[in-house]
Design a binder for this molecule. Structure first.
Ligand SMILES: Cc1ncc(COP(=O)(O)O)c(C=O)c1O
Length: 362
């Protein structure tokens, strides 16, 4: 492996492509003859404004963001969006629909309850979040201010393989933190998409919101200026100092995704990697998969042996062989392999070999 790097299966912050890191390294002390690092620049300088504008443009192009939508570069993580969404959007009718499919979807719902009537439009709690409800299983309110769901459940390892349809006039809001830019998305179906960048896009510190501009401007009167979409739209994400370095890194990551064929190209790679790992685990007598087949995540593969000691042994032995962060989230146990955009196919191949070897010796 180049530079003695290990295969890092962390759920986030996560690995970045070596090409991206090498490019950042080459530019780290003197960005394009400016005599300084991007980390040292004023966000109001011409050179930084150039990086910012270029990154916006590249991101919009890759994601196919249509006219009428604004891309915001924010801070506070997806967790801040759990509050920012209701504060800004729930004023329309005072209520909103939430689909509960796991830890983060549920956290968003819990936070929203502070600002109005946050109703449960669907839930997979009955089977420990192992599946994604079908459209028929959703109970949708035509008077909701919006419908919120989380497209990929990072901890549980489930992913929506369809875009839920909201009633006419109800904007769709999605937490895409752990699968943004991993596959093509029709942005026009959404009122708002938000994501923490630290899994598929950039280092931690940047939160992206793609918002239909006409939804902004109805925030609750106590909404802090820093949490007002309208304010951030008007100030082009520079109401205060933006996360300059992660924005720059996002630009490099966009170039890399473009180089592998854009979102359609990266989707093919992601499908290949996930299918390889799922097939390996399906062929095993030792390991069981946590999620229903039609709800499986192409980003976070969750599995277990059913024996906590053996699970711990697996994670520990894997660590010694250069596969890091395979222990499942503390709330669910078992194992989790996060195979975001940057995980090379060789990493998944090597993990499959290790899984088979571990089973043989178990
Ligand atoms: C789907 C999802 N939503 C929200 C969060 C919380 O993100 P942050 O730590 O950026 O606030 C995470 C973090 O892992 C996540 O995976």
């Amino acid at each position: 492996m180049a530079n003695d790097r290990i295969f890092n299966f962390s759920a986030g912050p996560s690995m970045l492509p070596l090409e991206v890191l090498n490019r950042a390294a080459a530019e780290i002390t003197n960005y394009k003859g400016s005599g300084m690092s991007v980390m040292e620049m004023s966000h109001r300088s011409k050179v930084y404004q150039g990086i910012f504008d270029e990154t916006q443009e590249k991101f919009r192009k890759l994601m196919g963001v249509p006219e009428g939508y604004k891309v915001l570069f924010l801070q506070g993580g997806a967790t801040m969006q759990f509050a920012m969404v209701p504060m800004n959007l729930m004023t329309k009718t005072g209520k909103a629909d939430y689909v509960r499919t796991g830890n983060f979807a549920n956290a968003a719902h819990k936070e929203a309850k502070k600002y109005g009537e946050a109703n449960v439009a669907g839930s997979s709690e009955d089977r420990k979040w192992a599946y994604i409800p079908t459209q028929d299983q959703l109970t949708l309110d035509p008077n909701a201010s919006y419908l919120h769901y989380c497209s990929n459940n990072t901890i549980e390892g489930t992913q929506w393989q369809y875009v839920p349809e909201a009633p006419a006039g109800v904007p769709l809001v999605c937490d895409m933190s752990s699968d943004i830019m991993s596959r093509p998305v029709d942005v026009s179906k959404y009122g708002l998409i938000y994501a923490g960048a630290q899994k598929n896009l950039a280092p931690a510190g940047l939160t992206i919101a793609i918002i239909k501009e006409d939804l902004a401007g109805n925030e609750m009167p106590f909404t802090p200026a820093i949490m007002s979409y309208k304010n951030m739209i008007e100030k082009d994400s520079m109401y205060n100092t933006p996360p300059c370095w992660p924005i720059y890194m996002l630009g490099l990551m966009c170039d890399w995704v473009e180089s592998v064929g854009g979102t359609a190209g990266i989707e093919q790679l992601n499908i290949k990697k996930a299918n390889m790992l799922y097939e390996c685990l399906e062929g095993s007598k030792l390991f069981q998969l946590a999620a229903d087949k039609d709800s499986r995540s192409f980003m976070n593969v969750t599995f277990r042996t059913g024996n906590d000691e053996l699970d711990a042994k697996f994670a520990s032995e894997a660590g010694k062989k250069g596969f890091s962060n395979l222990k499942g989230h503390r709330s669910v146990g078992g194992m989790r392999a996060s195979i975001y955009n940057a995980m090379p196919i060789e990493g998944v191949e090597a993990l499959c070999d290790f899984i088979r070897e571990f089973e043989k010796n178990a």
